[in-house]
Design a protein around this ligand. Structure first.
Ligand code: XMP
Length: 514
């Protein structure tokens, strides 16, 4: 495996993405966690030092342990990683006279040592790269030579071929360094990775790991109907069969037919033992009169844990709790500010549950990114229509119904949402959109239908494009699509007489309305 030591760059995750795309397995660990003992245990076949916001000239600048350079493995330093490498190995770094951000063009110096790292590059003489740094290297460490330069960065790429140490001042991992992936790929090839990490191999390894971890014990898994928990459940079932029981907590806030679809998918198609906890009365009862978004979220989170715990107790003797935790949730982010970040929304998850119930965790997706989970789902035979579903939040329709929730409102919302999604599918847009839904507004407006007056709810359509849900932009539907959808909703859904389209990006908005 390849180890990426994270010094806090905003784009460290992209290094992992690029390597995984080249079928190389890697893990990101924050610099604080990497000491000699860790390196010994991890036993990397190659190491990448990421960029970072600090200056290596600062008193307490984070540095990798010297052991990184003593393990006889290839090392690649990127930006801050380059400066750290130079400083630690005897070169010199100075604070830049002018900071350099953005596009630059790198040329090879012609040093013969560059052959292996430059394979496939410079076919047109220069390579476009993306720089983002304040400090720069001003003297090379012994053994190094310059193999690529740019007008503002004489040490754009340096290397010590004998020790297989490479370092770039620019970021090869970002989109704006179009051929950067080749540099990363060449680096992994010279480290001996053959690029044969496939989902099929991953699945086999994951199954073996689950069997080893769980032994003869029982495992319980909370199913939400979402892709992550579903893939986790099917994978674990393939590993340990009926030692797994799934609990589907139906809070009455699911979309149209969703609860039935989830239950039949797992019971009928996969034969996975499943407890369907139909607790709509409990949840909707407790939510009566609640209109504050945070109170809604906290109420749902609390009840969810109670219900899950009750049913899990009924199974008896489970030692493990399975969760569909993904890699982006796992990576400890490097934080220099130290201050707690502001809570925008209390996210619904089952955090705290394992401790409360004295359970150990099985998290077979911990190493995967979202699209890799989809690929694994595909490998496990889950239908593509299921794998490609838009994300759906844990608190369900509760947060798409601003203000007080009632059964009537939920019914109206379900119908409108079904028409909207049907429209999107019919127009072939579902896979282009990251997430789409209807929010039912707590406003009634006057309309006229036929010869009569109506006084019904207004709704808002939402559709966004996004990569990870952290930032998002509204989807540019045609006016024709919007017009057709609005009239279908008003004609087909009793209770709605006005349709609006939400064109707020995130930030400043969020994707959900609450
Ligand atoms: P926001 O609304 O914060 O949402 O922009 C970002 C993404 O997260 C989903 N979301 C949740 N998912 N539990 C979840 O599992 C939650 O409590 C929750 N709240 C929001 C939201 O649907 C979007 O995909």
């Amino acid at each position: 495996r390849l180890l990426i030591i994270d010094f806090g760059s905003q784009v460290t995750q992209l290094i992992a993405r690029r390597l995984r795309e080249a079928n190389v397995y890697c893990e990101i660990h924050p610099f604080q966690a990497v000491d000699s003992a860790f390196l010994e245990e991890f036993n990397p076949r190659a190491i990448i030092l990421s960029g970072g916001p600090r200056s290596v000239l600062d008193d307490e600048a984070p540095m990798p342990p010297m052991k990184v350079y003593e393990m006889d493995v290839p090392v690649l330093g990127i930006c801050y990683g380059q400066q750290a490498m130079m400083q630690q190995l005897g070169g010199k770094v100075e604070s830049g006279h002018h900071r350099e951000f953005g596009r630059a063009f790198v040329e090879p110096t012609g040093a013969h040592t560059s052959d292996r790292i430059f394979r496939g590059l410079f076919s047109h003489g220069k390579e476009e790269v993306w720089m983002s740094h304040g400090d720069r290297v001003t003297a090379l460490a012994p053994g190094f030579e310059v193999i690529g330069t740019s007008p503002n960065a004489p040490y754009a790429i340096v290397c010590d071929e004998d020790r297989r140490f490479f370092a770039t001042q620019f970021h090869p991992e970002v989109h704006h360094t179009p051929n950067g992936r080749l540099i990363l790929q060449n680096f992994t090839r010279l480290a001996g990775f053959s690029g044969d990490w496939t989902m099929g191999a991953y699945k086999a390894e994951a199954i073996a790991k689950i069997r080893k971890q769980v032994g003869d014990s029982k495992v319980i898994c909370g199913l939400s109907g979402g892709v992550d928990s579903s893939v986790a459940a099917v994978l674990i079932h393939e590993a340990i069969g009926d030692q797994l029981t799934c609990v589907f907590v139906d809070h009455g806030l699911m979309r149209q037919n969703e609860a039935d679809e989830v239950v039949s998918m797992f019971r009928d198609n996969y034969n996975i033992p499943l407890i369907h906890a139909d607790e709509a009365d409990l949840f909707l009862g407790e939510l009566e009169g609640v209109s504050d978004p945070e109170v809604k979220r906290k109420t749902i989170g609390r009840l969810f844990i109670d219900v899950f715990q009750k049913h899990a107790g009924d199974i008896g003797g489970a030692e493990f709790l399975a969760q569909g935790t993904l890699y982006p949730d796992v990576i400890e982010s490097v934080s220099f500010s130290g201050g707690p970040s502001v809570t925008i929304k209390s996210h619904h998850n089952v955090g705290g549950l394992p401790e409360k119930m004295g359970l150990k965790l099985v998290e077979p997706l911990r190493e995967l990114f979202k699209d890799e989970v989809r690929a694994l789902g595909h490998e496990l035979g889950l239908p593509d229509s299921f794998i490609g579903r838009h994300p759906f939040p844990g608190p369900g329709l509760a947060i798409r119904c601003p203000g007080e929730i009632t059964r009537d409102k939920l019914e109206i919302l379900r119908k409108a949402d079904a028409v909207y999604i049907d429209q999107i599918r019919k127009h072939g847009l579902y896979d282009e959109i990251w997430q789409a839904f209807v929010a039912l507004l707590p406003v009634r407006t006057v309309g006229v239908m036929g010869d009569g007056r109506t006084y019904d709810y207004a709704c808002a359509l939402r559709a966004v494009t996004s990569v990870d849900g952290m930032t998002a932009d509204y989807y540019p539907f045609t006016h024709e699509f919007l017009g057709e959808t609005a009239s279908r909703i008003i004609n087909e859904v009793n209770g709605i007489n006005r349709v609006t389209y939400d064109i707020t990006s995130k930030p400043p908005g969020t994707i959900e309305w609450e």
